[in-house]
Design a protein. Sequence first.
Length: 255
Amino acid sequence: MPNAGPDRLRAAILAAALALGAGPAPAQEPVDPVVRQRGEALYGQYCALCHKDEGQGYRDAFPALAQNPNLEDAAYVVTNIHQGVVVMPPFPWLSDEEVAALATYVRSAFGNDYGAVSVEDVAALRADLDPPGGTRTIWDGVYTQEQTDRGEAAYNGACGLCHGRRLNGAPDDQDMRPAPPLARANFLRNWDGRSLGMLHAYTLMTMPQSNPGFLPEEDYIAMVAHMLATTGAPAGTEPLPLDIQALGRILIGPQ
């Protein structure tokens, strides 16, 4: 039976996009260039991987932000950043200042002109949302050995040709171009400060490029466990969950 995970997520993404902009539009605030610049840096760190540098999105997996009238609803933007939505992980560890800067940037870039979001508005909105909750890191024993064994088998069948059996980005076929490394120091450097939620969502919805999401979702999260094990992160007693909210609270970085 074909895997319905990514198709289900794509349908949910479309439904969420249609629900945007339901709230009343607040008065537009002027954009501070310094705040916008800070938001641009945050966008590059946390958002551009999926929504792309020019906000054009990626196929039907990640919605476009460019010239998007739905971003007029500042409350929805702030809520999504804080809590996540569908395949987008939450970013609860960002400060009110960072959320305000990021929301201001996406509402004023890519052909959008919806004004700034103040720190005070962000604080008021987040006060009514779920509390941030704690975060963990990949070094806290977040996967099981059984899970990484499954992930290694899935990886060797689906990913090793491009990313290399050693997960170092050196493809098995020497005629192929190098791919991004998926383990060890270079992987940690590329993904430093991002979450397993980002990694899982991006992998599930875009890999392999020729047929994204063709494996069961359990195989995709198991491959993430294999990446962590190869990097040297220790196994634990609980497997990585499929819950994007939980994965979004596990941060990647050096030990």
